[in-house]
Design a protein around this ligand. Sequence first.
Ligand SMILES: *Cc1c(COP(=O)(O)O)cnc(C)c1O
Ligand code: SF4
Length: 343
Amino acid sequence: MRILTDQPPREPDVRGAAAVPWQQAFKRAIRHGAALLNYVGLEAADVGFCDEAELDFPVFAPLEWLARVRPGDPHDPLLKQVLPTGDETVRHPGFGFDPLGEQAATVVPGLLHKYAGRALIVVTSACAVHCRYCFRRHFAYETLAPPAETWRAAVDAIASDAQIREVILSGGDPLTLTDASLERLCAALQRVPHVRRLRIHSRLPIVIPQRVDRHLLSWLRNTRLRPIVVVHANHPAEIDAAVAAALRRLLDAGITVLNQAVLLRGINDNVETLHWLCECLADLGVLPYYLHQLDRVAGAAHFEVPVDRGRELIAELRRRLSGYAVPRYVQEQAGQPYKQPLA
Ligand SMILES: *Cc1c(COP(=O)(O)O)cnc(C)c1O
Ligand code: SF4
């Protein structure tokens, strides 16, 4: 049996990034490749930086995230998630623009109903970070993401289908919206008697942990709906002390907290990294829910890990971890009734 060295969560290296209100963290985020390289002390050539990739999907990286990047390390696993590179401009057969068939699953603008019992509202196109591998990087938000006023249509469609027991808020990242808007949407949803659970898919507790503030916790605590927050961390270095504290605040408020990760080449495709990610999450009381096989979106082919390798990694995780701490390795396939288990 292998024992991991006991690495505590990284302390935030704030480098001038003392906690500010989350809205301000958005405003001061880095939005240009050149500024990003400068911040982490690297040259474009060291990391294969590419302007053309940046034009296709702009850089967006808050200082709270970048404080966890090791300066001067071209292989840093957090940097790689946000830095545009030349690999993104290479076209690969099989990597398309709507890999999940989301256009087809759209019921009314912004409402996706693919799976029984739950419906997903794309509440915003904004995110707290731009992940280069994102399957929604080419999402037609202009036609699908409704402005707040037209949520009405989504809520009406949910109200007219008594099979829907769980509503998922997604995006983009729903927690980029103000608590006042979210509370209004939640109030409308909880007036629908058959809706029992509210699930929020958000990277914000990981990216800008101060987003988990008393306003957010207050409306989540007060809803009749069972709240579930699914966060998204791919690497244990994403979980510093401030993130751990934010996750604890969610759990202390009685919220179920799950994590989803994407299997990414050169970032977390080794057993030590995945093992330590799951250990950190389990220590905090956050269950590793999914490990996603990369969605085949144009521009992300260089992040793909072969499924056979993913299966080997899961087999090794099963040997090392408590059963509940092993994520389900899945792949979303257009037209299938659930995310397909791969291991
Ligand atoms: C992933 C997804 C869900 C949630 O699926 P679970 O397996 O319940 O996590 C629901 N709706 C859509 C459109 C999705 O893409
Ligand atoms: S936070 Fe989620 S939706 Fe936003 S860019 Fe990253 S993976 Fe995509």
